[in-house]
Design a protein around this ligand. Structure first.
Ligand SMILES: [Zn+2]
Length: 65
């Protein structure tokens, strides 16, 4: 998985696609989605069952099996 290091040393996933993996549109305000393993529109992220609104965080595969 490609990673990007933020200022402060935290590592986050970083994907290179510039078109949304869900709807195919050019990305504005994208999210790096672990489920699709690509960048997607923010709006899809918020409708995904793995997105936890009150945490504002994606829980995809973060839980232990
Ligand atoms: Zn989209």
């Amino acid at each position: 998985m490609p990673m990007m290091t933020l200022a402060g040393g935290k590592q986050v996933e970083c994907y290179e696609n510039r078109a949304c993996m869900v709807c195919g549109k050019e990305l504005h305000g994208e999210v790096a989605c672990r489920k699709y393993r690509a960048n997607i529109c923010q709006e899809h992220c918020e409708h995904c069952r793995w997105y936890i609104p009150y945490l504002q965080n994606c829980q995809y595969k973060r839980r232990k099996p």
